[in-house]
Design a protein around this ligand. Structure first.
Ligand SMILES: [Zn+2]
Length: 76
């Protein structure tokens, strides 16, 4: 179980709570449209994101919203 180090009800807190299922989530639809800086800050707190096959710490895949978007997932 991951301990959420962020202040409750902040964007970072909510994003991490969503990612706790270790699935890919659309940053736009599922993760409050969080920006790269948010994920950078989360990394500073020790959050580790999974990578795509090119080593990016995100994956561009088709979303249920019908667009190809950046998705994030925690590293297992
Ligand atoms: Zn989406």
């Amino acid at each position: 179980m991951i301990i959420n180090p962020f202040k409750i009800n902040t964007q970072k807190y909510n994003v991490l709570e969503k990612l706790k299922d270790y699935k890919w989530h659309c940053t736009k639809c599922d993760l409050e449209a969080a920006q790269a800086a948010t994920f950078r800050d989360m990394k500073k707190e020790g959050v580790i994101f999974d990578s795509d096959k090119n080593g990016n710490e995100y994956k561009k895949i088709n979303c249920l919203c019908g667009k190809q978007r950046v998705h994030r997932k925690l590293k297992e």
